[in-house]
Design a protein around this ligand. Structure first.
Ligand code: ADP
Ligand code: MG
Length: 541
């Protein structure tokens, strides 16, 4: 039984496990000679689908048969699909191809991948989370759980050094996204358990290493023109492709060296361009500034909290300019350990902790004897941490407010963004009228912090306009059948419970103790019938 942690990234993915000493290790992608796998899929033909660097190399020449950045589409409402050779692929299916490739990498090295934890951005809503889980299942993986990327990074950092209470700012600059997360790690009084809580999130999902690539591309392109006395529009497509295919490597070299050379065939003539790290830093200074502004605005969300450690995560933090800028703001507090692997390693630690607790519950395995001494260390880790994530959205039922002059159908936000998961809330409601036969209890997800707001459907289930900023989504409904002659004063107790895997909705008729429940993972789980009004109301009068 092998347990793995997977960082399913926008641009690069990574898979890790704990070695026999209980230390996290990344499984090397030998084919691409890398610790990571480019999250790029090339549909070469009907019979050949390629994932990884080779697929990435085909972006310039065969762009229309290549899918990248699919993580931006997963679980999104517009249901985007891709078609190749008469077959339609959903973002879930494309993601499953990337996960399958990671699984193959492990299997080619003689292990099997059974249980996994997959990481997701802290800001992913239920639907994106559920779609990610589905992708894992489609790839034949048993997804034990999902974990937020910054939480995983913090976990891999904790595993190196245990400390007192700490507030950590995770600065994650990847290929296409920038995420700032402020996390609190706390020790309980008995000194053992360490808790990880997400305090605030911020960032920009369109800012990443790709923007640095683009600046470098423009610079090299202009230099090629200058060298050859050409105007940019006089450069042929091959020259542009040639430059494009070389920028990322040049960028990576500049993380190590003060200058690098790029050779380009400009309209057939060999041209050599020298780029210094200074040049590169000058042309991208505004991008660094942008990330620091997001750091600032995220800090403002948790007024006056002292940051003890800043953790640099994401491949783009290999660029010295990033470390320098962050060091300048947080002198002496910056930590950076394998930034492109930290998330996968943290997921591997969490996966093994979960694997252990499952074993414990089942009472079948003696922890210490499963895998020799490594398991002891897992047990030690498991005893040390509880991971506490926050609700990524607000949740609540649609109910009728009869207080005003006209009854109003509203969402009552039971659970708000940022509550500790699992989050549970209960409230009592009443049937609209005597002898009501049934209640359609609708569950909504939204991004509002208000106590109540307008739902995206009306009482009859017809779509209606809402504030776009609230991103209101109907998750599903629970049908509550009431026995004959139920008076409208009957108390119906409604409970929402939200954890990382979804929303559990429960209704109890307190007169009969009849219990109704449903588990909602996505809006597509349940067909919502557009139908007559069968709701609950807020007050008993
Ligand atoms: P993701 O965006 O999928 O989370 P990563 O965290 O692995 O992926 O970040 C990928 C980005 O990091 C890419 O833009 C890549 O070019 C960049 N990167 C990786 N290594 C280096 C390096 N040594 N120097 C500069 N950039 C790097
Ligand atoms: Mg990442």
């Amino acid at each position: 039984m092998s347990t793995y942690g997977i960082d399913l990234g926008t641009t690069y993915s990574c898979i890790a496990r704990l070695d026999s000493n209980g230390n996290p290790e990344v499984i090397r992608n030998n084919e691409d000679n890398s610790n990571t796998l480019a999250s790029v899929v090339f549909f070469e033909n009907e019979n050949n689908v390629i994932v990884g660097q080779v697929a990435k190399d085909n972006i310039e020449t065969d762009g229309d048969r290549v899918v990248q950045f699919v993580k931006r589409e997963i679980g999104k409402p517009d249901n985007r699909t891709y078609e190749f050779d008469g077959k339609v692929y959903t973002p879930v299916e494309i993601s499953a191809l990337i996960l399958t490739r990671l699984k193959d990498i492990v299997e080619s090295q003689g292990d099997t991948v059974d249980d996994v934890v997959i990481t997701v951005p802290a800001y992913f809503g239920l639907e994106e989370r559920s779609a990610t889980k589905q992708a894992g299942e489609l790839a034949g993986l048993n997804v034990l759980s999902l974990i937020n990327e910054p939480t995983a990074a913090a976990l891999s950092y904790c595993a190196r050094q245990f400390q007192e209470d700490r507030t950590i700012l995770v600065y994650d600059l990847g290929g296409g996204t920038f995420d700032v997360t402020i996390i609190k790690m706390s020790m309980t009084e008995d000194g053992g358990v360490q808790k990880i809580t997400v305090l605030a999130t911020g960032g920009d999902d369109t800012l990443g290493g790709k923007d640095w690539d683009d600046k470098l591309y423009d610079f090299i392109l202009r230099a090629c023109c200058d060298e050859n006395g050409l105007l940019p529009e006089e450069l042929d497509a091959e020259t542009r492709q040639d430059i494009r295919s070389k920028v990322e490597e040049a960028k990576r070299k500049l993380s190590q060296k003060e200058k690098t050379k790029v050779r380009v065939d400009v309209n057939g003539a060999r041209t050599e361009i020298i780029i210094t790290r200074n040049d590169f830093e000058r042309m991208t200074a505004d991008l660094v500034g942008k990330t620091m502004n997001f750091v600032e605005s995220t800090l403002q969300k948790v007024n006056a909290v002292d940051i003890d450690t800043v953790l640099l995560v994401g491949g783009s933090t290999y660029m010295p300019m990033i470390k320098n800028a962050v060091e300048e703001k947080f002198p002496g507090k910056v930590q950076q350990h394998d930034p492109d692997q930290a998330v996968a390693k943290g997921a591997a630690i969490y996966a093994s902790m979960l694997g252990l607790s499952i074993d414990n519950v089942e009472g079948e395995n003696n922890i210490a004897s499963v895998d020799g001494e490594g398991e002891d260390k897992h047990a030690e880790l498991a005893a040390k941490f509880t991971v506490e994530d926050q609700t990524p959205r607000s949740f609540g039922p649609g109910v009728v407010d009869t207080k005003g002059s006209k009854p109003k159908y509203i969402i009552e936000n039971f659970i708000k963004i940022g509550e500790k998961m699992p989050a549970v809330a209960t409230k009592t409601y009443y049937p609209i009228e005597d002898n009501q036969e049934r209640v359609r209890l609708r569950a909504f997800e939204n991004r509002s912090m208000d106590d109540s707001l307008i739902p995206c459907v009306n009482e009859e289930g017809e779509p209606q306009a809402t504030d776009p900023a609230h991103m209101v989504k109907l998750l599903g409904e629970l049908i509550v059948n009431l026995p004959p002659n139920t008076p409208k004063t009957t108390k119906i107790q409604v409970t929402f419970k939200v954890d990382a895997s979804g929303v559990h909705v429960e209704a109890i008729n307190t007169a009969t103790n009849d219990k109704f429940e449903t588990f909602l993972r996505t809006a597509s789980d349940v067909d919502i019938e557009k139908s007559a009004v069968h709701q609950l109301r807020i007050s008993s009068d």
